[in-house]
Design a protein around this ligand. Structure first.
Ligand code: BTN
Length: 316
């Protein structure tokens, strides 16, 4: 009720929700704990500092074409969840079909790559997971996160964020700052039926709402564009592109995506340091090979290939 940004009296909210005014007040306190600013003005009631666009199936589906909608088996919109990827891993194990998408307004234990936390405040950003089943085994999925990086970059560019690029394996950066991240979880057999949970986090309106503590340089769409965009519109476009990407990857693997990945490679020609648990390698990034491995040229001119996993990269 408050999402329209107008004042609603305690009595009105209490009547509509069939609860006491004290209970309304307690719910308002809870809302504030999520980071939302709620004004309480005697004689007028409660009002959000600014209107809030909550995620809803109808406007999301309105931004998808029939081909993509046909690939979507289910769209689940949650208010709060530990991690949309965890939720879909459970759904995958319970037998859910390809094309099952889950999004949440908030994640209480959002996961990033390499065991990191993904800061996921309420109703500011997009936290999306999509389940897709593959017949040909987990090893076939090694390039999937790069293909997803291409899909997300494409949508963000079409949304007006021209100056974004990809940092291997799948960070989406704007002027060196992280705008979106991708985490692919897999479950199933090494060379038989398996499922991928493609998780995507996009910073949409993060800065205005929260002084968030993130251990790397980041930005959000609102800061870059200077205005708000509809999260439902963006979610529809992202799901559209992700679903088509899954279908293409299922049939053709990484190959059709390499051209765009290379075009949008933000680190090609730059000096980088790659660290794994027992090794540090410095070199110049020379793009990716057909399998999605990063090619690094060391100071002797040798080309070294890195398959992503637990490798972290630092730009000089
Ligand atoms: C990274 O860059 O470290 C990857 C971040 C991935 C975050 C998304 S948000 C939706 C999905 N659920 C999670 O717990 N993580 C991914």
């Amino acid at each position: 009720m408050l999402s329209d940004g107008a004042f609603h009296s305690g009595a009105e909210l209490a009547k509509h929700l069939n609860i006491s005014r004290t209970a309304v007040w307690k719910h308002i306190r809870k809302l504030e704990q999520t980071g939302l600013h709620v004004f309480a003005v005697p004689g007028k009631g409660y009002c959000l500092a600014q209107p809030l666009e909550l995620l809803a199936a109808e406007p999301v589906l309105a931004h998808m074409d029939t081909a993509a909608r046909n690939l979507l088996s289910h769209l689940e919109i949650l208010i709060s969840v530990d991690s949309t990827n965890n939720h879909l891993l459970n759904q995958a194990r319970a037998g859910c079909a390809s094309g099952y998408a889950c999004v949440a307004e908030e994640q209480t234990a959002g996961r990033g790559r390499r065991g990191r936390n993904w800061v996921s405040p309420f109703a500011c950003n997009l936290y999306i997971s999509l389940l897709w089943r593959f017949a040909n085994g987990i090893s076939y999925l090694s390039g999937l996160s790069l293909a997803v990086g291409v899909a997300i970059t494409k949508v963000l560019k079409e949304t007006g964020l021209e100056a974004i690029g990809l940092k291997w394996p799948n960070d989406i950066l704007w002027q060196g700052r992280k705008l979106a991240g991708i985490l692919v979880d897999v479950t199933g057999e090494v060379s038989g039926p398996c499922a991928a949970i493609v998780g995507v986090g996009i910073n949409v309106n993060m800065a205005a709402a929260h002084p968030v503590a993130i251990d790397q340089s980041w930005t959000d769409i609102e800061t870059i564009l200077g205005h708000r965009i509809s999260r439902n519109m963006l979610l529809g476009r992202v799901l559209q592109e992700l679903l088509i990407t899954m279908k293409v990857y299922e049939q053709e693997g990484l190959k059709p995506f390499i051209g765009l990945w290379t075009k949008w490679d933000a680190i090609a020609g730059k000096k980088v340091t790659l660290s794994s648990s027992n090794n540090i390698t410095v070199g110049v990034a020379r793009g990716i090979d057909v399998s999605g491995a990063l090619i690094l040229e060391n100071n002797k001119g040798d080309l070294i290939f890195f398959h992503h996993g637990e490798v972290s990269m630092r730009l000089h």
